[in-house]
Design a protein around this ligand. Structure first.
Ligand SMILES: Nc1ncnc2c1ncn2[C@@H]1O[C@H](COP(=O)(O)OP(=O)(O)OP(=O)(O)O)[C@@H](O)[C@H]1O
Ligand SMILES: [Mg+2]
Length: 391
């Protein structure tokens, strides 16, 4: 069982921002399947927040809970300060864009976008004005009379967005909205969506399992791991300081070492793993505790002789040319494949040669999950109720 102390951080300027969606201790069960686990998440006004995680980790379920298509098993959800239990989905200032677009095939672009307003019996003149504005916003002028079948994937996507923003929602929920598009259009739409969000000034809660998409588009990313929110932070924080082993592995490429702490001296932790000895930052580990060390390929170095404190030897399997970098793969004695990225032009080790890998201590991320006894000790010292710790 993985034990975690609280890793969720408020953004530094949180004090100034207004919370628009607040999930408080939200749990969702489908039968015995615990799909969302004690989720605490505050989403801020005008923020672009991505929910990122592998398939089945609960991303869509969280959107459906906020939209009101599902009820939480326990916990509370507030939108603009109001508990949404008291409101029907259509009464909430929230709208959803689905991956499948869900356009009506027998209706034109204009009628698809106008549909919600017609249902609400908004006067015709106002409908015309608002649809025209929405069409301009998503840059679909001249497409009013086309049917969905006459549109490209990206254009259908824009109709779906126009339809979702027509009611001026404060929050737009987007469930993998670019999933069906090819890579080129996807990249283009990412930029469009990001600038549309800034232009509209509404909060986007954007679900994706594509880490690159989340890193490039988001103000903050909430990373989900099997129903648990592992970390919610700015993209650079998630990349540079992953809070858990799962995130270190899931976001970007990394070299991960499962280590046992030996001793600590002068701010340095002496550690060992299956392949040998290594050094890390000292963060108060007790001897024999498990510590994970994550080193990005661009921070990893190698040398033909062992460097002080490190004894991770191996053989260079290959050098792979990747355009602007060369990726060197070194197989350590325990079989672990180490990846090193070097800019083209810099010196690289020969395939088949013996090399020792090492790094600057400051460049390694230490991932530490304290023992149960230590957590209980810490909690009793700070008077935090034990229920607030994720176990
Ligand atoms: N209506 C439902 N009834 C029962 N189980 C469900 C239901 N909807 C989702 N689940 C289960 O809940 C878990 C989370 O599903 P969810 O759709 O939220 O995942 P996701 O992160 O959106 O995945 P994906 O990236 O594949 O879309 C899965 O195990 C799924 O099978
Ligand atoms: Mg989903």
């Amino acid at each position: 069982m993985e034990i975690q102390t609280e890793t969720l951080k408020e953004p530094p300027d949180a004090g100034k921002k207004k919370v628009i969606v607040d999930l408080v201790k939200v749990n969702k069960f489908y039968g015995l399947n615990h799909v969302v686990k004690n989720l605490n998440l505050s989403i801020y006004e005008k923020e672009f927040l991505s929910i990122l995680g592998p398939s089945g980790c609960g991303k869509t379920t969280i959107l459906r809970l906020i939209a009101g298509f599902e009820q939480a098993t326990s916990g509370e959800i507030f939108v603009e300060g109001q508990n949404i239990k008291e409101k029907e989905p259509f009464q909430r200032n929230v709208n959803t864009v689905f991956q499948s677009y869900a356009l009506f095939p027998h209706m034109t672009v204009y009628d698809n976008i106008a549909y919600g307003l017609k249902m609400k019996k908004v006067p015709k003149d106002e409908i015309r004005k608002r649809v025209a504005k929405a069409i301009t916003m998503v840059r679909l002028e001249g497409f009013d009379l086309r049917y969905p079948v006459q549109l490209s994937g990206g254009q259908k996507q824009r109709v779906a967005i126009a339809r979702a923003i027509i009611n001026n929602p404060r929050v737009l929920l987007l469930d993998e909205p670019l999933g069906a598009l090819d890579m080129k259009l996807r990249k283009q739409m990412q930029i469009e969506l990001k600038s549309l969000q800034a232009y509209l000034g509404i909060t986007f809660v954007y679900v994706t399992h594509d880490q690159e998409e989340a890193l490039t588009m988001s103000d903050r990313i909430a990373v989900m791991n099997a129903g648990i929110l592992d970390q919610c932070d700015k993209p650079e924080e998630i990349y540079d300081r992953p809070a858990t082993r799962f995130i270190a592995d899931f976001i970007g490429e990394t070299n991960l070492f499962e280590c046992v702490a030996e001793l600590e001296k002068d701010g340095i932790a002496y550690l060992y793993c299956e392949a040998g000895d290594l050094l890390g930052k000292s963060e108060g580990y007790d001897p024999n505790e498990i510590v994970y060390v994550s080193v990005r390929p661009e921070k990893m170095k190698c040398s033909p002789a062992a460097v002080d404190g490190f004894s991770l030897g191996g053989i260079v399997r290959e050098n792979i040319y990747l355009g602007n970098i060369i990726k060197t793969i070194i197989n350590l004695t325990n079989g672990q494949a180490i990846k090193i990225n070097t800019p083209v032009g810099a010196k690289i080790p020969q395939a088949g040669s013996v090399q020792y890998v090492y790094w600057d201590i400051k460049d390694a991320v230490m991932i530490y999950t304290p023992s149960v006894n230590k957590i209980i000790e810490q909690l009793s010292a700070t008077n935090i109720p034990i229920g607030q710790t994720r176990v």
